[in-house]
Design a protein around this ligand. Structure first.
Ligand code: HEM
Length: 124
């Protein structure tokens, strides 16, 4: 595999990243610890958020999408997301990556990127 190939294409492009984002959001909404963050939100709002997550992940992985959403700090500010919430999110991310049998190198890149956003998201 060429070093110059983008993570976006190594992950399988738009459809694969979209499937990962949908799987992850379904898991976190059903998670006993995390579900409260999405309680009582309308389905249209959630669909828009999933689309922004897809665009964000595709964009940072080197795909051709332009991310029109907010930065991670602004988007999560005031939610009081804690260390324990973060651990639950990472456990669900690993379950998603297991589900799609993402190879080790790509998996490490995805988890590494998500971990790099922690300082902007965890605040309590
Ligand atoms: C425990 C961790 C997290 C929780 C509880 C959480 C929760 C949420 C919630 C409730 C929203 C909707 C905000 C709104 O409609 O105003 C949101 C938006 C979003 N989240 Fe998270 N999130 C977490 C971690 C992450 C991570 C790790 C990423 C990406 C690496 C991410 C990416 C996004 C994006 C792209 C949006 C949409 C931004 C926008 O509306 O402009 N989130 N998150």
């Amino acid at each position: 595999m060429s070093e110059s190939t983008t993570l976006y294409s190594r992950l399988g492009g738009y459809d694969a990243i979209s499937a990962v984002a949908n799987n992850l959001v379904s898991r976190v909404r059903a998670d006993a610890r995390l579900g409260r963050f999405w309680a009582h939100r309308g389905s249209d709002g959630i669909e828009r958020e999933v689309q922004l997550l897809i665009d964000f992940l595709c964009h940072v992985a080197g795909g051709p999408m332009y991310y029109t959403g907010r930065g991670m700090n602004l988007a999560h500010k005031g939610m009081r997301i804690s260390e324990d919430d973060w651990s639950a999110l990472i456990a669900q991310l690993n379950a998603t990556l297991d589900h799609f049998k993402v190879p080790a190198a790509e998996r490490e890149a995805v988890v590494g990127f998500v971990q790099s956003t922690k300082g902007d998201i965890v605040e309590a």
